[in-house]
Design a protein around this ligand. Structure first.
Ligand code: NAD
Ligand code: DAU
Length: 385
């Protein structure tokens, strides 16, 4: 049994599917089902007897202790988090509660459980923290990609909360001997990503005939990796990573945001042309910048390649096209997650003008509000559904 937290979110649900198909053994999936967690993401594994879903909070020490005692996992993979940088700017509190305090509670419970295991199980147990490249902060244009020994320099409340969690994970290894692993991954893309993040938001707005918002001058650079490659990397680190070590995960695929958005528009022009024959490019709208916006992330993934033989398998062009097709074919999923609460967020972040039909602002500027338990299903006891 492997305990995954945050398994109803974007990466977590992809990881649950990946582990059930690629790695033998059952998965216990603990998720609070925040706005970002969605049981529809788990439809493909819902009737799989090896999958047990529990609705709950990683900060709930009693629940975690009970689950560990009952299911006796050989590993804990911590993906549960508040994950959106813009939301951390508006409401950092929930990020501290889940990403910092929640990770701390999970570590405490895992450590107590691990300490009481028989020696052979203790030796095999792992606590794997899924972290981010954002902890390294912003790189200058000419700087080499960040390796594992780069200093932490988080700039957003989200990045700071993830950095704090990473430090806690490290301290539980150094102080108590808990066999921990940390992965620091670059920007993921792929199916089931919540449409608050750039790629699914751009696709959604393009199809809805709304402005596609690009922050600042669009020159900020991100290093994009397909979510399935991230899942394969996590599985490699879990299998053969050295306790106490961190592993960077990335595809050496740096792209300025504006180039990415143009590629999305060009791909959509081919896959789902606009009814009026114009290009989706005309919907691009430069908006006010994200406060503290990191200019460039780039990850040096040499260590995981050398030591664990992992390499990304998907080319970005093919992966992006497959992702766009997934969103085109899963418009029901998109409509289900873009509820009233979602629309409130979009209005708060981008201003009411983000809902305006496009037409009069190609390449223009719109307002940005930011600047102004039973297997194969839900465990009944804790589910609270
Ligand atoms: P997401 O927002 O899509 O999903 C997060 C999940 O965690 C949701 O299902 C949510 O319900 C759950 N959750 C939130 N608070 C919880 C709590 N207190 N207890 C239990 N569950 C809770 O996020 P994602 O993009 O899938 O990211 C998953 C992890 O990977 C995060 O830790 C994130 O920091 C990290 N990460 C993400 C990326 C990326 O590009 N998306 C890159 C590197 C690392
Ligand atoms: O680098 C890994 C991180 O990637 C993860 O740790 C985070 O959980 C994940 O959300 C992601 O953070 P980013 O802030 O890089 O992702 P996001 O999709 O929000 O933004 C990508 C870039 O696009 C960033 O430079 C901001 C910009 N952007 C974003 C949105 C939502 C826009 O230009 N317009 C937008 O509307």
């Amino acid at each position: 049994m492997i305990l995954i937290t945050g398994g109803a979110g974007f990466i977590g649900s992809n990881l649950v599917r990946y582990l059930l198909s690629a790695v033998a053994g059952p998965v216990l999936n603990l998720d609070k089902l925040t706005y970002a967690g969605n049981l529809q993401n788990l439809a493909a594994v819902w009737s799989d007897q090896r999958h047990v879903f529990v609705r709950g909070d990683i900060a709930d020490a009693d629940l975690i202790a009970r689950l560990l005692a009952q299911y006796r996992p050989r590993a804990v993979l911590n993906l549960a988090a508040e994950s959106h940088v813009d939301r951390s700017i508006h409401d950092p509190d929930s990020f501290m509660r889940t990403n910092v305090v929640g990770t701390f509670r999970l570590l405490e419970a895992a450590c107590a459980y691990w300490a009481a295991l028989p020696a052979d199980q203790q030796a095999r147990f792992r606590f794997l923290q899924v972290s981010t490249d954002e902890v390294y902060g912003s790189l200058d244009g000419a700087a080499p990609p960040a390796a594992e020994d780069a200093p932490y320099a988080p700039n957003s409340p989200y990045a700071a909360s993830k950095a704090a969690a990473d430090h806690l994970v490290r301290s539980f290894h150094r102080t108590y001997g808990l066999p921990v692993l940390t992965t620091n991954c670059s920007n993921n893309y792929g199916p089931h990503q919540f449409p608050e993040k750039l790629i699914p938001l751009a696709i959604h707005h393009a199809l809805e005939d709304k402005p596609i918002p690009v922050y600042g001058d669009g020159g900020n650079i991100r290093d994009w990796l397909h979510v399935e490659d991230h899942c394969a990397a996590i599985a490699r680190v879990l299998a053969d990573g050295r306790p106490g070590e961190s592993y960077n995960i990335g595809a050496t695929n740096e792209l300025p945001n504006i180039a990415l958005v143009k590629l999305i528009c060009a791909t959509l022009d081919e896959e789902r042309p606009r009814r009026d024959g114009a290009s989706y490019l005309r919907q691009i709208a430069f908006v006010a910048d994200r406060p503290g916006h990191d200019r460039r992330y780039a990850i040096d993934a040499g260590k995981i390649r050398r030591e664990l033989g992992w390499a990304p398998s998907q080319s970005f062009e093919a992966g992006l096209r497959q992702t766009i097709r997934w969103y085109l074919n899963n418009q029901d999923w998109v409509s289900n997650v873009t509820t009233g609460a979602y629309r409130d967020w979009i209005a708060r972040q981008y201003g009411a003008s983000a809902d305006r039909p496009q037409g009069d602002h190609p390449g223009g500027r719109i307002g940005n509000a930011a600047l102004s338990a039973h297997p194969g299903g839900v465990e009944a006891a804790a589910a609270g559904l």
